[in-house]
Ligand binder design. Structure first.
Ligand code: GLA
Length: 387
């Protein structure tokens, strides 16, 4: 892949002398959805698929970007003096957001760069292609400009860029999962304290299968921000009757005791999801550690139901994929993964059932939704690296 990226670079920018190549993964969340901005736990893992870039410093302040995936857009030019979000700049708002966020932390680039990027994460699928590009850019800036930042810093800077440059009020999960990924391990992260622990995912004779709905995630960002503010209002209501800093501080019992303080039934359901999903995530990690994979799968299924009925982020597309998966022998668990409103599901499937899974879930989806879903058998990979 290194040589391929250098070849792309040479094709776009003349020659590739002195260009360096980097990789950063995508991620899938196994359980713990919409808990990361509620002070709860998440359990994502990095994937072996992700984004690659070849990058080289320039002598002037120009920035030139080219994506192999969006080759029709050609080279997109900007400069270090124009680090502002700009709709017309498309995907380059992610690397530019990182450059801006580095500068906010006092790490100013003294010259521009040329960058060619290529990703093999299905586009817009909810497998964190944007966090992957952010962490990728951070890893490239660190190496090319000698900035001293840890991988955990890359995650925090990435989230800062996403929140303040790209206008999505996301939590820390995606950038953390991408920046801190470890082969064959998922990351059990307490988003309240950023304490985390790696948990080996030993799937004997089973695989992680992603089903991509191919639904365009039109209003996803605004609906995401709306869920977030519903949770913030519910938290403020609960804080009138109990001392908590985040919804993730509550056990189910405490929530049931205090929930009367939440004045709208919609907010009550949102908060209930946040509290129960957090507890479910803690239990799921326990189950995995005890090698109780069946219990882990059941908690994945419960997570989907809660995201469908209480949090209302699944939609007919993801519900169709998951409900078809639940009917198949050999499916240990299946749920929405990521923010929702389109995107993907994640399932744990026995190896001998994978063909049946893709055939039957694919058929049910096509019949009900009218266009095809895509399926990917994925592996858990490591964090960002220089190739
Ligand atoms: C998106 C956000 C994450 C997280 C998930 C939902 O992926 O970027 O921070 O909130 O949605 O769990």
């Amino acid at each position: 892949m290194k040589q391929q990226m250098l070849d792309h670079f040479a094709k776009v920018f003349g020659e590739a002398d002195g260009a360096e190549v980097f990789f950063s993964p995508g991620r899938v969340n196994l359980i713990g959805e919409h808990t990361d901005y509620n002070g709860g736990h998440v359990f994502p893992c990095a994937l072996t698929i992700g984004t690659y870039c070849a990058a080289r410093k320039r002598a002037d302040r120009k920035l030139r970007f080219y994506s192999v995936n969006f080759s029709g857009r050609g080279v997109i030019e900007s400069s270090l003096d124009e680090l502002r979000p700009d709709k017309a700049a498309g995907w380059t708002n992610y690397p530019k957001g990182m450059m801006w966020a580095f500068a906010q932390r006092g790490m100013k680039m003294d010259c521009g760069l040329d960058m060619v990027i290529f990703g093999n994460i299905p586009n817009g699928s909810g497998l964190s292609s944007s966090a992957s590009v952010e962490v990728l850019t951070g890893a490239a800036l660190r190496a090319l400009y000698g900035f001293e930042v840890s991988n955990q810093d890359l995650a925090l800077i990435g989230q800062y860029a996403e929140n303040n440059f790209n206008g999505v009020n996301c939590g820390i999960m995606d950038q953390f999962a991408v920046a801190m990924g470890k082969k064959d391990n998922a990351i059990f992260l307490d988003t309240n304290t950023l304490q985390f622990e790696y948990a080996p995912v030993v799937l004997d004779g089973m695989k992680i299968v992603i089903a991509c709905s191919n639904k365009k995630r039109g209003l996803a960002d605004s609906k995401y921000n709306e869920r977030r503010s519903e949770c913030e209002t519910a938290l403020a209501e609960l804080q009138k009757v109990c001392e908590i800093k985040a919804l993730g501080d509550l056990t189910e019992e405490a929530f049931e005791r205090y929930k009367g303080a939440i004045k709208s039934p919609v907010r009550l359901r949102r908060a209930r999801h946040a509290v129960y999903e957090n507890r479910r995530t803690v239990r799921a990690v326990e189950a995995l550690k005890n090698n109780e994979i069946g219990r882990f799968g059941k908690l994945m299924n419960d997570s989907h139901v809660s995201l469908r009925d209480d949090y209302e982020v699944t939609g007919i597309e993801l519900d169709t994929l998951v409900e078809a998966a639940w009917k198949i022998d050999g499916v240990v668990g299946s749920r929405i993964t990521g923010a929702g409103f389109g995107g993907c599901t994640v399932s744990i499937v026995k190896e001998e059932a994978i063909d049946t899974f893709t055939a039957q879930v694919g058929k049910a989806y096509l019949e009900k939704i009218g266009y095809a879903a895509d399926f990917y058998v994925v592996e858990i990979g490591g964090g960002p690296q220089k190739l």
